[in-house]
Ligand binder design. Sequence first.
Ligand code: CP
Length: 326
Amino acid sequence: MVQMLALNETLKNRSVLSLMEWSPAEIQRVLYTARVMKQEPYSPAFRHALEGHHIALIFELPSTRTRVSFQVAIESLGASAVVFEWGQSQLGRGEPIKDTARVMSRYVSGVIARVKEHETLQEWRKWATCPIFNALTNHMHPFQALADVMTVWERFGYMSGLKLAFFGDGNNMANSLLVLGAKLGMDVWIASPQGFQPPADLVDWAKQEAQLTGAAIHVTEDVNEAASGAHVVETDVFMSMADDPDQRELKNKVMGSYQVNAQLMAQANPQAIFLHCLPAHRGEEVTADVLDGEQSAIVDEAENRLWVQKSVLYHVLADSSAVLGG
Ligand code: CP
């Protein structure tokens, strides 16, 4: 058992902003540990791994799954969670990130933050002396994508060579799936309208990275091409939390034909699963029959947030001595 839990020293004290800088082997390691943790949720090997640690959870935007799953992950590793709202702290009154990041690093072992702008988290990492974990920004949602690929692995038994198709807004979820698909050898198709596709530099980066794993990366406006034979069909809300409300009318107009419905699912592989990070808007980006249907894996997907987060916190923050003594 201890062998299975061995810490990968290259992960010690690493931040998670996008996972772009993590190697495929490092990502596979945390996914593997997440599955071990899920199989043995009450294993004493993890219960004391972060004893004595305090980890901050900060929210500039609302959350249900992220807040609860991170808090449970932290406490089930023996650490304590310090949860606070951005708007009720001095950050909400404009205290510079530079000052907050340096001070917080003296109190806690790590900072998990959900912020509107990705640059805010980059600035935080620049000044912090403890690891920073991205709980969602406008650009990336790495822990959600980790939970998604864990769900794919559980359902299919492998990841490399599968086709994952994402429909709708080329948002933080699309971006994060490009990163993990490229790292893990999954073919990723993003079907989005012009003007709402993932950033060209990120797509170029994913194509380059994919050459190392044999993955194929495609960004298209063609829903049928993306859906054809897909093993994983995924979407997200058309309007993300930090989007400009003035974009709602335009988005609803151009995104309509990217809705995931029974007709689209019929073009996918017969064994295809449907994923959505939630919360979902039934009747907008996905129909209720798909979201609540037999191919939907959304509840497993949400559960897996807990296990991937627990695994990453364990690998990044635990000491080998604490683990071996556990
Ligand atoms: N998927 C996700 O991040 O959910 P919450 O917004 O509820 O945290």
